[in-house]
Design a protein around this ligand. Structure first.
Ligand code: ADP
Length: 668
């Protein structure tokens, strides 16, 4: 018995026991090795006249024996001689740089021991080293208690068998094989509570795995499959003859071989893309948009992405995982590689395939992979421009898309603290109170009066109600549009945006130089300074506030700290009072915080101002009551006005009973 090298043994233990939790990938690994071996032989045939092969014969075969509980992966590739079996399968990492990488990994592990990092540092170190060297073959030991490899090197007439139980060592003995190539036979482990290994010795189990992980391997993967056919009826069969069936087996090619994403967009019909999308991503509806990309250069890859037609049912659950499927030369590495799409495009489905990627298996290593990040950046640009052209060319489709995924885009602006603003701002739509339809920020500023300095919005729980709010109608009356926002995330998104400048509106200064685009501040109509009042109007209001200081103090006191101050308003038309806020937190926002799980304990302070309409008859009533020294009346009326204003905004009032009693007592 030959012993595994010590470091190999350690890695072997590690991998079998902890690294790969997903045992079924062993088949993908062995098929990849087989495909590589076939590749090597094929490439040699291109440069060496002595190597005569027919490319059409090159294939991989998967077979199984239910009773013996074995599965065998065979190829007619380059094969291995005795030395190669020893070197390639006897040592996990046979590369020169192994020692170096191993010591690096050990360094990270030591850091972990010293408590500088948590357990994950250890994991990353272990996984990294395994990823670096692709110990794919050894994954066979995750499902097998014994593995036997019979191989015959191309051009040799000897075959050798390598056999091991994966624990202490292996044997190499003389064997028989008709032609060049390799058979890897796995003797499956006993079934246990966690894993039903028999699956791997069944037609359907293997077929599924081949389709799932190796569908796009370039060589045919063949397997004997059971089929049924009708036995031809005998010539003398009567009318009441019952058809009979028999089963037979046939060698089928299981994989589809040519990846659809490798093909040029012009060669594939939309129908084919749709079918691929629906089968691969389990959707019943065609995608809204298909994006195909072939990048060449420092990093060569193909990408095929889809904008789904509707959000999956679990899109808003915390278990939802974003990501694209990642392939390396047609072999699936992972289902959902998160690094390839930013959170705000988390609805994208698709595939990225690159031969340049080091085949790292673990998530941890992928996270730090700069190649993936580079691909991700490019894809992000592509998705952005695709959505922009959808918005430009097919408004109806875009609005449908936006209904499904607009929230994600808006959340992206907010959760990135505005960092994703430049990517997303031109993809946003909001409901225009003036135009009564969804518009972009660009469209808002294009339509705004020349003197406009701001984009106005109002936030609340229903578009209809917002449209009627006095603070909205006043701004509209002045000739400015108001964007009506009825989703929780809207106001946060607006805050993160802060301002908007259209690069489509080009202006020049007196000397004919192009000016910087005008920045429109984004303002809540319920906020402090809308910039819609003249200095004169402001001064007038301040003086009026001053003159009524006694009444306003009494009103503020009557509300017992609910409002910061009471002032004369400059913005009202026909409502008696309106509640506005100073500072960043609006009434709606405070309400959203309150509704958060945890009861809004961390709700930032909201500073409410009660603005009184001096032209409203109610103001005269209040003034008179105050002059008459009727403090009770002032207090009662103020309370009603405050609650009314909240109701108009669609916000709950503290004490509905008290409110209705106060109204009833007035009506008597
Ligand atoms: P990797 O494939 O990442 O190098 P593996 O442990 O899977 O690592 O395989 C080690 C080596 O064994 C391969 O590099 C290859 O030289 C050889 N090998 C594995 N499987 C086969 C096969 N089916 N035919 C020929 N050589 C193989």
């Amino acid at each position: 018995m030959r012993k595994f090298k010590t470091e190999s043994k350690k890695l072997l233990d590690l991998m079998i026991n902890s690294i790969y939790t997903n045992k079924e990938i062993f088949l993908r690994e062995l098929i990849s090795n087989a495909s590589d071996a076939v590749d090597k032989l094929y490439f040699r045939s291109l440069t060496d006249d002595k190597v005569q092969i027919n490319r059409a014969d090159l294939a991989i075969t998967v077979s199984y024996d239910k009773d013996a509980r074995t599965v065998t992966i065979s190829d007619n590739g380059i094969g291995m001689d005795k030395d190669e079996l020893d070197k390639n399968l006897g040592t996990i990492a046979h590369s020169d740089s192994f020692e170096f990488k191993a010591s690096q990994a050990k360094g990270a592990a030591d850091d972990a021991d010293e408590g500088l990092a948590d357990e994950t540092a250890q994991d990353i170190a272990d996984v990294d080293i395994i990823g670096q060297f692709g110990v794919g073959f050894y994954s066979a030991f995750m499902v097998g208690s014994k593995v036997r490899v019979v191989s015959r090197s191309y051009g040799s007439d000897e075959a050798w068998a390598w056999e091991s139980n994966g624990v202490d060592g292996y044997d190499i003995k003389e064997a028989e094989r008709d032609t060049h190539g390799t058979d890897v036979t796995i003797y499956l482990k006993d079934n246990d509570g966690d894993e039903y290994y028999d699956t791997y010795a069944s037609e359907s189990g293997l077929k599924n795995l081949i389709k799932r992980y190796s569908n796009y391997v370039r060589y045919p993967i063949k397997m004997e499959v059971e089929k049924r056919r009708e036995v031809p009826a005998p010539d003398d069969a009567g009318d009441d003859h019952q058809p009979e069936f028999e089963t037979y087996t046939e060698l089928d090619t299981i994989n589809s071989m040519i990846p659809i994403w490798k093909r040029k967009k012009s060669e594939v019909t939309q129908e084919e893309y749709n079918e691929f999308y629906k089968t691969d991503f389990h959707d019943f509806e065609d995608p809204a948009r298909t994006i195909s990309l072939h990048a060449e250069g420092t990093l060569t890859y193909d990408a095929l992405m889809f904008v789904p037609g509707h959000a999956p049912y679990d899109m808003w659950s915390k278990d939802y995982k974003k990501g694209l499927a990642l392939y390396s030369s047609g072999v699936l590495i992972m289902d959902k590689c998160e690094e390839l799409v930013p959170d705000y495009f988390n609805f994208m489905r698709g595939v990225v395939d690159s031969a340049d990627l080091t085949l790292n298996i673990s998530r941890e290593t992928l996270q730090h992979n700069s190649q993936l990040r580079a691909i991700g950046r490019r894809l992000e640009k592509k998705i952005k421009s695709e959505l922009e052209s959808m918005l430009a060319d097919d408004r109806e489709a875009y609005e449908k898309f936006y209904k499904e995924f607009g929230r994600t885009l808006k959340y992206g602006v907010y959760s990135s603290y505005g960092m994703a603003k430049s990517t997303l701002e031109n993809l946003l739509l909001f409901y225009s109170a003036k135009q009564k339809k969804m518009i972009t920020l660009e469209e808002y500023v294009q339509d705004a009066p020349a003197e406009a300095e701001a984009i106005y919005f109002a936030a609340g729980d229903s578009i209809d109600r917002l449209a009627q709010m006095p603070i909205v109608t006043t701004v509209l009356a002045k000739g400015y549009d108001v964007l009506l926002c009825d989703e929780n995330v809207d106001e946060f998104c607006m805050m993160a945006l802060q301002s908007y400048a259209s690069d489509k509106i080009v202006t020049f200064d007196d000397e004919g130089n192009q000016e910087e685009p005008k920045q429109f501040a984004i303002k809540n109509v319920g906020g402090e300074d809308l910039g819609l009042t003249t200095e004169e109007e402001k001064k007038e209001a301040e003086e009026a506030t001053e003159a009524n200081a006694a009444l306003f103090d009494a009103m503020r006191d009557a509300l017992g700290g609910k409002v910061e101050k009471v002032v004369v308003s400059t913005r009202l038309t026909d409502a008696p009072v309106v509640l506005t806020t100073e500072g960043a937190v609006s009434l709606q926002m405070a309400q959203i915080f309150k509704q958060q799980p945890g009861g809004g304990e961390e709700t930032p302070d909201v500073h409410i101002v009660m603005e009184v309409n001096p032209k409203h008859p109610v103001f005269e009533t209040l003034k008179k009551a105050n002059d008459d020294g009727d403090a009770e009346k002032v207090s009662k009326y103020t309370g009603i006005l405050y609650d009314q204003a909240l109701l108009v905004e669609g916000l709950p009032i503290d004490n509905p009973l008290e409110f209705s009693q106060a109204i009833a007592s007035l009506m008597k």
